[in-house]
Design a protein around this ligand. Sequence first.
Ligand code: FNR
Length: 342
Amino acid sequence: MIADRKDDHVRHAVNHRRNHSGGNDFDSVAFVHHALAGIDSADVRLGVDFAGKHWNSPLYVNAMTGGSTNTGEINRQLAVAARETGVPIASGSMSAYFRDPAVAGTFRVLREENPHGFVLANVNANATLDQVHSAIDLLEADALQIHVNSVQEVVMPEGDRAFAGWPRRIEEIVAGVPVPVIVKEVGFGLSRQTVTWLREAGVAVADVGGRGGTNFARIENDRRAGADFAFIEQWGQSTAACLLDCTGITGIDISASGGIRSPLDMARALALGAKATGVAGAFLETLVDHGTEALVAKITTWLDQLRNIMTVLGATTPAELTGRDVLVTGDLAGFCALRGID
Ligand code: FNR
């Protein structure tokens, strides 16, 4: 049942975070410190123009859940945190709603709790135009996310095995909806080739959704006894690698998600070319373990600290972080060498 799967995803995602060492490729990205580069904190502006609107900061709560009683309550609490901090929020995949309209409330709560906020609907790349319209209508969504998650699907015995129609469907959706479209991976990364294709298809934002945080291959393997797909847990490119791979691509905005653990990771992602950063697992863990107020405090602190980092680096806007001096080391430097990235 979809509802059980949604509950399992939350449980395993949070458990993995509790037991995970937490290292990822962002640890291989260091800012060069220039002691006289600093500016006045009062001159820092965190706002960005993104996905068709002005956002107060380059941060959003990424797609997670909905479709069961428990995940409806999680969505309610996430929406309250988004409202209190002014950050945009995405729903989890709305396939459950397409199959059973009775679960509409578990998604609709994102808008009810956050009537003036920026809300994103989330669908898979098989969704029909009618389904996409109903998802956007239900949430009065400001933008649409389409997730492309072939790796997650093949790890699930009950998952999809037909991906050839995705590019065509993405084109149809882009042409047929009244809001900006974001295409996102769920933790295995978008390559330069994929992002370039998305740009040609008219997609507004590519959320690279790379490796380094929530790992859906691991989650799906852990959901069933005797799963033999462990090798695929290392699949894909890290978020930092994806951003470097996309260096210089114009005509489509890039956002970064997958393994953003801190305001420093946000700054690193912005320096590597992201215009905004999305967080799922780190916020879910705080919410489940410590509640809504703790999540509000965490988001507030992250934004304060991002401002401090920008002050030290001399960046008045998130866009000015792009191109700041960074050192790239370790396997990530090897990736750059292999891909011919300077
Ligand atoms: C997700 N994610 C996700 N993405 C999506 O597009 N549709 C979905 O329904 C879900 N569901 C979902 C459930 C749970 C419990 C988690 C933690 C995540 C993926 C999410 O948006 C993001 O791409 C990845 O989690 C990587 O980011 P983090 O978690 O490393 O910050």
